[in-house]
Design a protein around this ligand. Structure first.
Ligand SMILES: [Zn+2]
Length: 196
């Protein structure tokens, strides 16, 4: 159904993006405390200036990396031919790296602590329960799959319970192809529906 006005659009955007931000914040915090119980005080007493200081630690290479996630996420999302899924894919493709925050705060945990199948599972259940929209859920899974593939699968995939091994890198071409194919399928399905 077309959205009638700006406030409806803003409310839909917040509904779409907020669960992701909350889930990644909670998952990252709990994983950090699980791995480093002594860090609980550091996390609870984080000051705003410490969070803004993190931006000064972002190197040029990391900015290029975020741009790459955003650009290839844009391409991935646009295959669905749905503007909401496209924005959602770009948003999640870039902001999954928010899980680097504890590492940047100096807590000795892996920087990609939420690049994990358990985070994928939890957020998938949350999105499917909240929106009951299979296509949105697929879009989230493909966004995650593309992101970790672009990170060369150098991710603690079972974090926080097991920090190694990393997934085999030979899976990268398969995962990237699967992500783009799934979104292309959603786009073609939409086109076919429009024509009939
Ligand atoms: Zn990443």
């Amino acid at each position: 159904m077309p959205l009638k006005n700006h406030s409806e659009k803003i409310s839909k955007a917040l509904k779409l993006f907020f669960p992701f931000l909350i889930t990644i914040t909670v998952y990252t915090s709990l994983s950090t405390v699980y791995l480093r119980p002594e860090s609980v005080n550091t996390i609870l007493s984080v000051k705003m200036h410490q969070v803004t200081d993190i931006t000064t630690k972002i190197t040029f290479e990391m900015k290029i990396d975020s741009f790459k996630h955003g650009a290839l996420g844009l391409l991935l999302g646009s295959l669905t031919l749905n503007p909401w899924y496209t924005v959602f894919t770009v948003f999640t493709s870039v902001l999954i790296d928010l899980d680097h925050t504890p590492y940047f705060l100096g807590i000795p945990v892996p920087p990609r602590v939420s690049h994990s199948l358990f985070f994928l599972l939890l957020s998938t259940i949350i999105y499917q329960t909240m929106f009951k929209e299979g296509k949105l859920t697929v879009t989230w899974i493909t966004s995650f799959t593309l992101h970790i593939s672009l990170d060369n699968l150098r991710v603690p995939i079972l974090s926080p319970f097991l920090l190694s091994p990393e997934p085999p890198q030979k899976l990268i071409p398969f995962l990237i192809t699967a992500a783009y194919t799934a979104n292309l399928y959603l786009g073609l399905k939409k086109l076919r529906k429009k024509k009939s």
